[in-house]
Design a protein around this ligand. Structure first.
Ligand code: FAD
Ligand code: SIN
Length: 565
């Protein structure tokens, strides 16, 4: 039975920069923010080091920032979205400053600007040296605490999106929390659930980044895009005893300040790889480090020039991580490896953050606005989270004013899924991480991708055979995370297999050059049979979600047509 009632809250899944920005800009509409973790300080946001890019310098202009963003994207960035991001950047920074963000300043009181790879200007602002993310999270959370329209729910695991019986409109979210299952009606849902770095064995991402929101959208058959593009950061600290958790990041700002990559003989090698040497684009540096690591040759980062130039105060997090793992970067170069860092792919959105599902908006790393293309420009993602969090809120506020939001408080017949044994789920998650590192690493090839597609099918069968257990939060989380990866990995493999070229972060050994035939985004939707993918090549970059390619261009994974070589 359903009946009309007062507007349910807007449910925001995620308490990172994107989710909190959206929640704040939605005031005074009632908002419920969910985080799967015990603390609201979660996801990648608090770990961000380098800073936030914005055209703030006198010599800089949004058009220059947009041009660098487009150039980094290797032909796949949507120029209009890049222009929008760059033009709205300074206003987003002004909003953060008004909320009390303590950005670092020069001795004469101006914002201190750093330079990072592939930026033509010094335009990265930071706080507490390399502690930018911590300050962003604290600033936004303090503002949220004094905003009465926002209710925050930690330890609240979003499990699935609930649609109307026709599968067209969003009605709410299925949640697992310490009290058990809960069905939360929503006037609108904002996915701000971050990335999926935990799908790889080596990652800079925290453990909660398992792509749950992206997987929920996939199961609801929303359009996704650019899934094959995972950005690897070249300099994660090579920690022997990481036990599969995140590897500490050594920020690119170190190389911006003079730190140098060295091979096992102590020789600086990047100048031989690229004219920009250590400040070459991130994918180039990551592959140069990765090829040595793959050959069993350790690579080191010599931090001493950066520490001498800018002082230890600039890099407190880096120094804390080095010390915690027994390294002294003041005397000795430290070992580094590339690690999965930022997912360019996500839920397709337009410039308002609307997805292809009515009632669902997305922002931050889970979204694919088209701004990052095949390779994200460093420090553009926090900016994107702030700008598009605000844009999503503006669009939902308009929809509320026009009476276009869902008012259904009662949701009929939701099937509650069966939670499987946590230990078994964790073992499967770890097997998937090994598989992704092998098949979807810095370099890929068709044989490896196709073998991985078969292997995922076997892992999926093992998942279904795991014993059912009562849904505790701990078992539930392990189950949700394994299920997320089992939903997403086949879609990533299908996209990477289909893109038979090398471009940006996607490097195919069997197709080493970019190809004109692939100079467009791949939009993907989960197929109707297990682990199948419908790939919709969008030849324009607009990717208007409400108007997908005609059905004749849809095909299952098994029959992906090949473009002529
Ligand atoms: P996140 O901050 O990742 O937040 C995701 C939220 O979703 C969390 O609250 C999480 O609990 C919640 N969530 C996830 N799944 C569920 C679920 N099932 N149910 C309920 N809640 C859920 N970018 C920059 O621009 N500059 C930088 O200097 C920079 N440095 C970085 C350093 C590191 C080490 C890393 C890992 C990333 C860095 N990035 C940087 C990238 C940037 O931090 C992220 O892209 C950005 O913070 C993403 O913000 P978000 O709000 O989209 O998601
Ligand atoms: C870094 O500080 O090196 C990471 C910056 C980013 O990923 O944007």
């Amino acid at each position: 039975m359903t009946h009309s009632s007062p507007l349910p809250p807007v449910v925001v899944i995620g308490s990172g920069a994107a989710g909190l920005s959206a929640a704040l800009s939605l005031a005074p509409l009632p908002v419920m923010v969910l985080s799967k973790t015990a603390s609201l300080t979660a996801g990648s946001t608090p770990w961000a080091q380098g800073g936030i890019a914005a055209a703030l310098a006198e010599a800089d202009q949004p058009a220059l920032h947009a041009a660098d963003t487009v150039s980094a994207g290797a032909g796949l960035t949507d120029g209009s979205i890049a222009a929008l991001l760059a033009h709205e950047g300074p206003r987003a920074i002004a909003r953060l400053l008004a909320q009390g963000m303590p950005f670092d300043r020069t001795s004469d009181g101006r914002l201190a600007l750093a330079r990072e790879a592939a930026h033509g200007q010094a335009r990265v602002i930071h706080a507490g040296g390399d502690s930018t993310g911590r300050h962003v999270a604290a600033t936004l959370l303090a503002e949220v605490a004094s905003t009465p329209s926002i209710t925050c729910c930690s330890d609240s695991l979003a499990v699935d999106l609930i649609l109307d019986p026709h599968g067209n409109n969003l009605r709410g979210v299925l949640i697992l929390d310490p009290t058990g299952w809960r069905i939360q009606p929503a006037s609108a849902v904002v996915l701000a659930s971050g990335g999926m770095g935990m799908a790889w064995r080596e990652t800079t991402n925290p453990p909660e980044n398992t792509g749950d929101g992206l997987a929920m959208a996939a199961r609801a058959r929303a359009l996704l895009a650019d899934l094959e593009f995972m950005q690897f950061h070249p300099t994660a600290l090579a920690v022997a005893d990481s036990d599969g958790s995140r590897l500490p990041l050594l920020t690119e700002a170190l190389r911006g300040s003079g730190a140098v990559l060295l091979d096992r003989d102590g020789v600086a090698f990047m100048a031989a790889e690229h004219p920009l040497a250590d400040l070459a684009p991130r994918d180039v540096v990551a592959r140069a480090v990765g090829k040595r690591a793959a050959a069993g040759q350790p690579v080191f980062l010599d931090l001493r020039p950066a520490l001498a130039r800018d002082g230890a105060d600039h890099f407190p997090q880096v120094l804390e991580s080095c010390r915690a793992h027994g390294f002294d970067p003041f005397t000795t170069p430290v070992p580094v490896v590339p690690a999965a860092h930022y997912h360019m792919g996500g839920v397709v959105t337009d410039h308002r953050g609307r997805t292809s599902l009515s009632g669902l908006w997305a922002c931050g790393e889970v979204a694919c606005t088209g701004v990052h293309g095949a390779n994200r420009l460093a420090s553009n993602s926090l900016l994107e989270a702030l700008v598009f969090g605000d844009r999503v809120a503006a669009d939902i506020t308009l929809a509320a004013a026009d009476g276009r939001l869902n008012r259904e408080m009662a949701i009929a017949a939701v099937s509650i899924p069966a939670v499987r044994d946590g230990a078994g789920c964790r073992a499967l998650r770890d097997a998937l991480r090994v598989l992704c590192s092998r098949a979807l690493g810095l370099v890929r090839d068709g044989d490896g991708l196709r073998a991985a597609i078969d292997e995922v099918a076997r892992l999926d069968q093992q998942f279904s055979a795991l014993p059912r257990v009562a849904p505790s939060l701990a078992d539930g989380q392990a189950w949700v995370e394994a299920r997320s990866l089992l939903t997403l990995v086949p879609l990533l493999l299908a996209s990477a297999e289909h893109r038979q070229e090398s471009r940006g972060a996607h490097c195919r050994l069997d197709h080493p050059q970019p190809r004109e035939a692939f100079c467009h985004r791949l939009t993907v939707r989960q197929g109707r049979t297990p682990r199948s993918a419908e790939i919709l090549p969008l030849h324009g970059l607009a990717g208007e979600p409400s108007n997908p390619a005609p059905a004749s261009t849809l095909f299952p994974l098994q029959s992906v047509p090949r473009s002529p070589a």
